[in-house]
Ligand binder design. Structure first.
Ligand code: ZN
Length: 405
């Protein structure tokens, strides 16, 4: 058993001798309502949820693990992850059960990579880490601003990144927090602030979309507006709870044509709870797109049909209790929800963005935070591969209350 899980178990036993947490896998045959029934929980728990919460229920995936905590054999809490960051917590209260989404507890570990260029930055990063992720990520963020082709043997790359762990297993992509890229001994620094990268003076690096050479297009030709963007996790200050929106909502008139964002095969065509009438298309590279709330499907299409990019697959509606007519468009990579905006071809932004005011101050704080770390890492002659920093950034801070007791 991994040490961290063991530690957790000991903690549980120490503080509440009657609590027992058990992990299960979500079966592909299990529906959420079926799950409630199986555990004697009223179906109202689902029917009383609002629109957004119901949509998230559809994100529960077959094969994923969830946990049930029992006290003296009686269910106390059930935790079912719905995304990388949120899980549905079903908790016993005086009368029946209550449900809400809460952040998934995880450990955030800071790690370092430091290498010297021998053959080329992507090759060298791959050789050091055995994954293409870091090279691709650096290329995507910096290739517009940094002349990678002028790199010379001996130039250095230093990456400080964070990785989330749950039950001792890494999950979700690593996040590059800061990096140094030397080009012919000239240093370029990058710092992550609110999802975007800046140099130490506050100039933003413009990301390219190397992930997606094929190009996905907007699933509607003439959109009125984006009524809701993608968020992994957002705290609603009035409702006092967490929400997530794992797709983009395009407001459009009822009946507006919905088109396939890229070529692929239809793998789902039917009703899906809070998402209403849904089509799912499987594309290359483990990507799947989802088109929800349709008023009707295009005829002659069925599961297994091949559709080319731009082919009409259905029509905008409000099925699945959505508010106004709109298309909910989701994009998944290996089953994980990703912001579709990162994949959709866009016109180039030419304006250079430079930080000012409080955001600039925040960035300078980051720069000051990393400066000694860069200095220390640079002073070492040897390569460093995924070395863990000694401090855990959030150890057990984020565990839900009932586990802390
Ligand atoms: Zn939506």
């Amino acid at each position: 058993m991994p040490i961290k899980s063991l530690l957790l178990l000991i903690l549980l036993m120490l503080f509440s001798p009657n609590l027992l947490a058990k992990e299960y896998k979500w079966s592909s045959k299990l529906t959420f309502l079926g799950f409630l029934k199986k555990h004697g929980i009223s179906q109202k728990l689902y029917y009383n949820m609002d629109r957004e919460d119901k949509e998230l229920i559809q994100e529960i995936k077959a094969g994923q693990s969830y946990s049930i905590i029992r006290k003296k054999g009686k269910i106390k809490t059930i935790n079912i992850p719905v995304s990388d960051e949120l899980m549905l917590e079903i908790r016993r209260v005086k009368k029946g059960f209550k449900a809400k989404y809460i952040p998934i507890p995880y450990q955030l570990i800071e790690k370092t990579i430091s290498i010297r260029i021998k053959k080329g930055f992507k090759k060298d990063l791959y050789n050091a880490t055995k994954t293409h992720y870091y090279g691709k990520e650096l290329e995507a963020v910096y290739s517009k601003s940094i002349p990678f082709h002028k790199m010379r043997k001996g130039d250095r790359i230093i990456i400080f990144y964070t990785q989330k762990y749950r039950h001792n297993k890494a999950y979700s992509s690593p996040q590059i927090e800061a990096c140094l890229i030397e080009v012919n001994k000239k240093p370029f620094y990058g710092f992550l602030l609110d999802d975007k990268y800046y140099d130490s003076t506050g100039k933003q690096y413009q990301r390219t979309f190397v992930y997606n050479k094929a190009g996905f297009i907007r699933p509607i030709r003439n959109i009125k507006r984006i009524s809701s963007g993608f968020t992994q996790r957002r705290y609603h200050p009035i409702l006092h709870r967490y929400r997530a929106h794992l797709g983009i909502d395009y407001a459009a008139r009822r009946g507006t044509k919905i088109i396939a964002s890229a070529g692929g095969r239809i793998v789902y065509r039917g009703w899906k709870g809070g998402y209403g009438r849904v089509i799912e298309i499987k594309h290359k590279n483990g990507i799947k797109t989802l088109y929800a709330h349709q008023s009707r499907f295009a005829r002659k299409l069925h599961i297994g049909s091949w559709v080319s990019q731009g082919r009409v697959i259905g029509y905008v509606g409000t099925s699945g209790r959505s508010t106004g007519p709109h298309l909910h468009f989701g994009l998944y990579k290996n089953g994980r929800a990703i912001n579709p905006a990162r994949y959709i071809r866009k016109r180039k932004v030419l304006r250079q963005i430079k930080l000012r005011g409080t955001k600039y101050k925040k960035l300078r704080k980051l720069v000051r935070h990393y400066r000694p770390q860069f200095k220390e890492t640079k002073a070492r002659k040897r390569s460093i591969i995924k070395k863990e920093s000694q401090r855990c950034l959030n150890c057990y801070k984020k565990l839900p209350k009932q586990l802390k007791k």
